[in-house]
Design a protein around this ligand. Sequence first.
Ligand code: HXC
Length: 255
Amino acid sequence: MKNKTVIVTGSSSGMGKYMAEKFAMEGANVVITGRKEDKLNAVKEELMLKATGDIFSIPMDVRKPEDVERMVEQTVAKFGSIDHLVNNAAGNFISRAEDLSINGWNSVIDIVLNGTFYCSREVGKYWIENDKKGTILNMVATYAWNAGAGVIHSSAAKAGVLNMTRTLAVEWGARYGIRVNAIAPGPIERTGGAEKLFESEKAAKRTINSVPLQRLGKPEEIAELAYFLLSDKAAYINGEVVTMDGGQWLNKFPF
Ligand code: HXC
């Protein structure tokens, strides 16, 4: 990844931050994005201590097409090109479907589904116009194809992102050589998802018991997989979703 430019959305915490760190340690120029400038600046300083490439932070909201356009312009102005996009920014909270407000539904759909499309469209257009073969990696969840009881907004949005992964892999793969893949992480420690979805001790225990390997995943493990999928070692992987969940989604009868 030396001298390659990678954009990781939603990288001021959780998996996004660990992926940004991995790419930076492998020599990439990494663009970190998030809504809160102070948080981004702190992460930038932290990553700079380990990075062999450069780090550039762009405060933005993936829900705003004008922010996404600016993200691409600023990245190209700073690093001269874009090689990879990781659509990691997400929003989620637990709510029964019948209690979920229209605004709550729209917020998550806007971040996860629309935000992923806005970023993919803008970066994809840049690659197409400049005759570049880039790679996109989308973060989904196993409930993209399974049921997401308690998170219907996130579940429906991730299902859309998974379809977008396959659709763009075919449409842009055939015409432009752009690869699009996804990772479906299970419960991963030190992430926003873990904090929100497994916050009580009871919920955390229940989650660990649902995983055949009897532990949460590590964000570093997700970062290694992301690194592989973006790299040329995965040059023939296109339109694929790789699950990294310790076997959780296959397990119908928790221990
Ligand atoms: C019920 C809630 C709620 C909650 C927000 N809302 N949190 N309803 N329970 N816990 C409702 C609000 O009442 C409001 O509706 C609407 O959602 C919008 O809320 P805002 O706070 O104004 O929205 P906003 O500031 O845009 O925040 C978006 C957000 C927030 C998604 C609600 O949580 C966020 O920004 N999250 C980003 C980080 C994050 O969630 N990371 C975890 C990703 S985990 P009303 O009707 O009152 O106006 C993940 C996958 C996990 O994606 C997979 C695990 C296996």
